[in-house]
Each structure stands twice: as C-alpha cells, then as structure tokens.
Design a binder for this molecule. Structure first.
Ligand SMILES: [Fe+2]
Ligand SMILES: [Fe+2]
Length: 246
C-alpha cells in the first residue's frame, strides 16, 4: 500500500506518469499547482482522498507491470525537447488554428442564447495569443540553450554564451506564462460549466467543446513535462557545467 499523505502531486506524477490520468479525471492540477500535498489538495477541493489514493495505486500497479521505458519522463533533456516540440507544440499550434474559426462560428450561431460563449472566446483568444509566442521563445531561445548545456556537460564543447545570464531566468519567465495559461484554462472550464453541452447542441458546438477539452488535457501534460521534468534537469545541467569549468 502506497503512502500518499507525504507526497506532493508532482512527486506522484513524476514517479508514475500514468497517474496524471487520475489527476485529470478529478481536475487536480499536477502542472503549475503540483507542489502541494495530495491530501491537502483533496481537503481543499472536497475530494475523497481514499478513493483517489485507491485509483492512483491501481494505475501505478498497472504501470509497474507493463514497464515504463520509452516514457518522455525518462528521456534526456535534448530528446525530451524533440518530443515536446514534435508532439505538444505541433498539436497546440494546429489546434489553436482549427479552434479559432470554430469558436467564432459557434459564437455567431449560438451566442445570443448562450452569452457565456463570448466570455469563453475572449479567454481562448488571450490563451492563443500567449501560447504561440511562448512556444516560439522556447524553440528559439531556451530549448537551444538547454541542448547546448547538455553538450557542454560532457566537456566536449565550451559553455554556451547567453544574453539572459543563468538558465533560471528564462525558465522563470516560461513558468510564469504557464501559470497564467493554466489559470486561463481553469476560467474557461468554469465559464463553460465543465464543458457541459446544452440540450440539442449542434455538431460545431459539440466539436468545439471536445476540442477545448483535448487542448486543456494536452497543455496540462505539456506544462508538466516542462515545469517538472525539463526545467529542473536544465538547472541541474547548468550547475554541472559550472562545476566542470571551475
Ligand atoms: Fe512548450
Ligand atoms: Fe512552455
């Protein structure tokens, strides 16, 4: 029997990435808010801790039986960066492009009967305006620097020059964006009443809510991999490289 009372959400998610499915199911924040203890989060949100612990244990046992090799959490920083760009950045950019006109169409057709759609659109557009430049900054500034750090850590190439000082500075900026986008996702869920469709919702309305929920789920996983796996690894790499040149 696992002891979940002394573990943070982040620790549980890192130990067994499959547990993030349980966190998604109960709307427990495992990316930006992942540093809280599971029992505290349950208490705050009025969730049944014993039930959640049982579900977590069950997916953790399934995981240990099937093995966890190949999980992105086990990749090197450079491999993880390739994975994040190829899977999460690509998906996010495609979905923002697809959902933006769909959102407009649903607002035009149903906004009169469902005015909350306009509020949802405002937050979604703010989210899109944040995500696209955010990913560009990661791909052009932070990620190449981390890849250089990884090469330097072997002593084969020298420490990369940067205009931002320590890697912790851009990481702090990216984490602050994550926090704001996480809050936008939370507000969108609130406005849409947990994406419950009205009676007789048309296919576009249905497709929009399904798409927004998929985007939310993907972003939670994406942010978790950066905040909890890649960024701590990059900070450690930088320390190792500094120790090497001293
Ligand atoms: Fe990213
Ligand atoms: Fe990010």
């Amino acid at each position: 029997m696992q002891t979940f009372t002394t573990k943070t959400i982040r620790d549980i998610a890192l130990e067994s990435p499959q547990t993030t499915r349980v966190f998604e199911e109960f709307k427990i924040d495992y990316c930006c808010g992942g540093r809280k203890l599971l029992n505290e989060v349950c208490l705050e949100a009025g969730l049944d801790f014993a039930l959640i612990a049982k579900k977590l244990e069950s997916v953790m046992n399934d995981n240990s039986r099937s093995g966890d090799s190949g999980l992105p959490e086990k990749k090197s920083p450079s491999q993880l960066i390739d994975y994040i760009i190829g899977k999460h950045h690509l998906f996010t950019a495609q979905e923002v492009e697809r959902l933006t006109p769909l959102m407009e169409k649903v607002c035009q057709r149903h906004g009169e009967q469902h005015p909350e759609l306009f509020k949802l659109q405002t937050i979604f557009l703010a989210l899109a305006d944040s995500l696209i430049p955010h990913m560009r900054k990661e791909e052009t500034v932070l990620f190449p620097f981390i890849q250089q750090l990884e090469l330097s850590s072997t002593g084969e190439v020298s420490l990369p020059a940067s205009h931002f000082g320590t890697v912790e500075n851009p990481i702090r900026m990216m984490m602050s964006d994550h926090e704001e986008d996480g809050e936008r996702l939370r507000v969108m869920r609130e406005i849409s009443n947990d994406y419950v469709l009205p009676d007789g919702a048309c296919p576009s309305y249905t497709a929009l809510y399904a798409g927004l929920q998929d985007l939310e789920k993907d972003l939670h996983r994406h942010i978790h991999l950066e905040n909890n796996v890649l960024f701590p690894a990059a900070t450690q790499l930088e320390r190792d490289v500094f120790a090497l040149v001293r």
